[in-house]
Design a protein around this ligand. Sequence first.
Ligand SMILES: Cc1cc2nc3c(=O)[nH]c(=O)nc-3n(C[C@H](O)[C@H](O)[C@H](O)COP(=O)(O)O)c2cc1C
Length: 311
Amino acid sequence: MELKTLLNIKHSIIMAPMFLVTNTKMILAADKCGISGCLPAHNFRNIAEFRKAIKELKDNCKHSFGVNVIVNRSNFFLKEQMKCILDFQISYIITSLGSPKNIIFECKKNNILVFGDVVDEIHAKKVQDMGGDAVIAVNNQAGGHLGQLSAQVLIPRLKSCVNIPVISAGGVATKAGFDAMMKLGAAGISVGSPFIACLESDVSIHYKNACVNYGAKDIVVTKKISGTPCTVIKTPYVDKIGTKQNVLEAFLNTNKRLKKIAKFFITYKGFSLLKKAAFGANYRQVWVAGESIEYVDKIRPISEIVERLIK
Ligand SMILES: Cc1cc2nc3c(=O)[nH]c(=O)nc-3n(C[C@H](O)[C@H](O)[C@H](O)COP(=O)(O)O)c2cc1C
């Protein structure tokens, strides 16, 4: 089934959830263009703010919008976020970083669709067996936490092992790219990086300009932020600090007993760094983005970015 049928939208496109970047203005603009926006629950400091944002979207979106939840143990607010999602009957959830088993169980009872982020067949089958409604196939061109396989390899592989829709994430910014994914058998696409430099986002002008001025060749993969490979722009600061974890971080990351607690602190430190870089003007420029910023030529309204994807 095509994504547009599943979500009752005009084009089979999700504006992907982006930590620090996606806000309610962007979701409302996406809604107006006939695509569906997905809001990361972790972009809000507390549940009251999250609830307020969801209410605003529920009151103003004409079509379906989604929420992205982190489903592993690092998310202390998962229970309250889920309560809010159930209270407002959100159309769909994208789960990341962990097993969506309990979430799917809760959502099934309440007619909320669940799409699981996956990077290979093993995880895709798991999502299907748990009752998930679609998988987001994160490929090796995706911004943020990327996969290892190209879309050309990943989509056919997933199509051959699951019956649920396969939504492609990574590397698409144009109609030609969109068409290519659909030709490979994708039900739709989830697009992030091309939307970072949109007018509606609240990130700093420096972050937006970086998306305009840097290109695909400037994207590097770093383990510095969370221990998990993540794409960032190779700014002079990123170049200076390198992309590998230091000896202590690497040791903690592989030590079975200390791994969980270490990951928590490393991620906390990494996220604070990202937050300061996304909204401020300091020299520690660590900006998450994927190769598809290659197509970003200026700061544009979401309507123009969508136009490029569909025309
Ligand atoms: C700045 C940025 C932040 C992201 N934050 C999240 C997030 O919070 N949750 C998530 O599931 N994926 C996140 N992603 C991944 C996107 O949802 C999506 O998979 C990816 O952007 C697709 O690749 P593209 O950037 O080439 O379009 C992020 C990506 C970017 C670029």
